[in-house]
Design a protein around this ligand. Sequence first.
Ligand code: NAP
Length: 357
Amino acid sequence: MKAAVLKAFGEPLSVRQVPDPALGTGEVVVDVVAAGVLPYMAEVLSGERQYLLTLPATPGAGAVGRVRSVGPDTTRLTVGDWVLCDPTVRSRDGAPTPDITLQGLSARGDGGLRLQQHFGRGSFAEQLLVPTENVFPLGSIDPAEAPRWAALNVCLVPYGGLLAADLKAGETVLVNGATGYFGSAGVAVALAMGAGRVVAAGRNRDRLAQLAHRFGSRLRTVSLTGDEDEDRDRMRRAHDPIDVVLDLLPPAAGTAPVRAAAMTVRESGRVVLMGGVGMLGGDDLALPYPWFMRNSITVRGQWMYPPHANTRLIELARSGLLDLDQFEVTEFDLDNAGQAVAHATARAPFSLTVIRP
Ligand SMILES: NC(=O)c1ccc[n+]([C@@H]2O[C@H](COP(=O)([O-])OP(=O)(O)OC[C@H]3O[C@@H](n4cnc5c(N)ncnc54)[C@H](OP(=O)(O)O)[C@@H]3O)[C@@H](O)[C@H]2O)c1
């Protein structure tokens, strides 16, 4: 099969013939139809992000495709089914704390790297080997719309955070980094889950205005200044009370805007940290102990999402509650994988770059 291969960090991707995946028990091979490209994939491939990715690697986290072949223990999937592939691969011998590798992207620790040796190849390829439990039926879809369904791989990230926050219908969510790639998807997912209001915080005024136009009266925007105290006041004034804060800031943001947002949450509120802050060093997130204690605040981190999130999010999309038509898709063929990675860096909200092998 044909695949994009990274031989060394900082080198361009080369698209070439590699061996087809060898199917085993507990596994499925999927013909990739659409593989979404992360906006920071260029930083991963350059080595800037310092992600654990064993070389040579085929990048690409997640895909939409059709089942090509199934292992002997498969009971429901059949050849030709349209499926969503979840890149979050968990070891099967490590419950309740499995090792994790993100296919075609990174790993957590030595165990994650061991798992990567078998399941590490990503979706910038004609075929993808996936653990059976990571393959989720989409039902019947219009083949022309397959790239748009790859937006589920984007929406799953903030959905994981909102599930972690146990968001209830009618509650108010503040999304920190709402003008970003995952943050803007988080706004759409929170509204789809029934959030009464979403407070969208960001610095880019044009993008805030676009969000306001897109989502109407359930959205409140807050323009951030970079001054921690001023920004906290602005966010608090946007809506009272804020039940949940979902933070999705990148490493470059540092901790001050995270703290500003976290301390807007109401008494007994929940704060979920999902961004990349601190991943490349910098200050620790200094949270004032008495404020969190006296206000009974829950702070939790969330990496990716639980397996059941896939099925539920597919249902949110199939039912129309989550409108994937909001995403504007730009397609590249596999031979132009490098161009696709460069194109994705634009990071515009609701713009999805997809490779179609
Ligand atoms: N936990 C997980 O499972 C998971 C999964 C995927 C990704 N992530 C993390 O999510 C992070 C965000 O990714 P992304 O692609 O959405 O990033 P992005 O598109 O670059 O978005 C960044 C957002 O952060 C805001 N921002 C940046 N610097 C800021 C500052 N100093 N003060 C306030 N706001 C600031 C931006 O606001 P303006 O544009 O308005 O300035 C924008 O809204 C990634 O870095 C990644 O590490 C986590």
